[in-house]
Design a protein around this ligand. Structure first.
Ligand SMILES: [Zn+2]
Length: 458
């Protein structure tokens, strides 16, 4: 056996070690120097703004929200919090209404900061890092990008708090629009057609319902393999306008999703979410056709009935996938014959000849019980979905016939962050992070500016 260390014939000139420049580029040094020099000035400027706020707030006693009486101020304490440029502080008065026992610190509420914590603005940036990268990597990015030292656990905590705020907002919006008295955006400019695609995948969940705590020096035993039933389904839905086609990569035009929604588990929840968004966008008018593309799963069609003017489409690629299974069984895996057979069937389906295809399948005489079973399943699938397989018509109307957009959206929202090696999720953790990813991918991150970070119960 040849050894990997066997001497190989060496070239005549000796190798040269790769050269590193002695210094970083001069501009980089200048930029860093100025950043470091001005940090204290930034901090001082920010502190003086805070001081002005504190001075303005001093001496104006708030009114008790419960009894309407002016509140008393028993104490004023120095409070500090952490921002990107350093630690800030302010004298904060605590007001009290003795009869009601109601207490408040109006200056903290006004500034939106918490004693001894990271400021919301910094927490928002840290949560953004956690939205795109696993927590330990996000902590490293926090140092490289922001010059902030924070532990993965610290990153986890802010992601949970902002995620909870975002998830709470989305749920509230879904509940609001589920009520017939809610007010949606005006629908005068509603598009004639909206495509709604839904898809699902499973996520590995934590077996332990409680977090595992590591004592100093102790190593945790490896996580057990994911058992049956430890998966939860994540559903993703997209809304898009078939009239909007963009060149997503050179020579490739596809419809760009305008909105994507995700949720953990519940089929009603994903439809409620998509419906709420349609109302927020003012996209469903009296004459809007809602095109629903699905993989044939019952839960999709059951909920689709909520739209009066609708067109249900069985995703073309799922329809073919079922044919492939049968063809490979009948002609052998990877055989040219199977290939040809499916190709012909695809042509017929695309031409809208689903009844002809079913009739032809019924004339096939399977030779084995296994083959018969597979054929019956295929015939059943096409028969049940025949009304959703008028592909010629859908193509003519410009609806499209595949759920490619939802599948790629699903990969972006879920797979890219949640399905990395060894990842397990708690119910709440997944729900919160999904809420943040949704904001980011829907280009709606700025919504966090108008939400308050939620406190987590410990
Ligand atoms: Zn009171």
């Amino acid at each position: 056996m040849p050894s990997p260390h066997l001497p190989r014939p060496e070239p005549k000139t000796p190798p040269t070690r790769p050269v590193l420049a002695d210094d970083p580029p001069r501009f980089l040094l200048l930029e860093r120097e100025v950043e470091i020099a001005y940090r204290p000035q930034m901090l001082a400027a920010l502190q003086s703004k805070v001081d002005a706020f504190a001075a303005a707030a001093r001496g104006t006693a708030p009114v008790c929200p419960q009894c309407g009486q002016p509140m008393r101020c028993p104490d004023t304490r120095e409070v500090s919090w952490l921002a990107r440029c350093g630690c800030l502080h302010a004298p904060v008065s605590r007001y009290r209404c003795p009869p009601c026992r109601y207490e408040c610190r109006p200056l903290l509420d006004l500034l939106g900061v918490e004693p001894g914590r990271i400021s919301g603005a910094l927490a928002r940036l840290l949560a953004l890092l956690a939205t795109v990268a696993p927590y330990p990597l996000a902590a490293r990015l926090a140092w490289l990008l922001l010059g902030v030292t924070i532990s993965p656990m610290g990153i986890w905590r802010v992601a949970q708090r902002w995620g909870e705020a975002a998830a709470h907002h989305t749920d509230a919006l879904s509940r609001y629009h589920a009520d017939s008295r809610s007010i949606g955006a005006p629908t005068q400019a509603a598009p004639s057609t909206v495509v709604l695609g839904v898809d699902g995948c499973s996520l590995g969940m934590q077996v332990h319902s409680k977090r595992r705590h590591r004592k100093a020096g102790e190593t945790l035993p490896p996580l057990p393999p994911i058992e049956e039933g430890r998966f939860r389904e994540v559903k993703t839905g997209v809304l898009l306008l078939p009239s909007e086609r963009a060149e997503t990569s050179p020579g490739r035009r596809s419809v760009v999703p305008r909105f994507l929604g995700t949720c953990l588990g519940d089929a009603d929840a994903i439809f409620a979410r998509l419906y709420a968004q349609l109302r927020e966008l003012g996209w469903v008018g009296a004459h809007t056709m809602v095109v629903i593309v699905g993989d044939g799963a019952e839960w999709i069609w059951n909920r689709a009935t909520m739209f009066v003017r609708r067109c249900e489409i069985l995703d073309f690629w799922h329809a073919l996938e079922h044919a492939w299974e049968f063809a490979q069984l009948r002609y052998g895996e990877g055989s040219a014959q199977a290939d040809r057979w499916v190709h012909e069937l695809a042509e017929d389906l695309r031409a809208g000849k689903v009844q002809g295809v079913i009739a032809r399948l019924k004339r096939v005489r399977p030779k084995t019980p296994e083959l018969r079973e597979s054929l019956q399943a295929l015939i059943r699938y096409y028969t049940e979905n025949a009304g959703r397989m008028r592909y010629d018509e859908y193509l003519r109307l410009g609806y499209g016939i595949g759920s490619g957009a939802v599948e790629s959206a699903h990969k972006q929202v879920v797979h890219a962050r949640f399905r990395q090696a060894g990842m397990r999720w708690s119910e709440a953790g997944a729900r919160r992070l999904l809420a943040l990813r949704r904001l980011l991918l829907n280009d709606n991150w700025a919504l966090l500016d108008r939400l308050r970070m939620v406190s987590l119960a410990h």
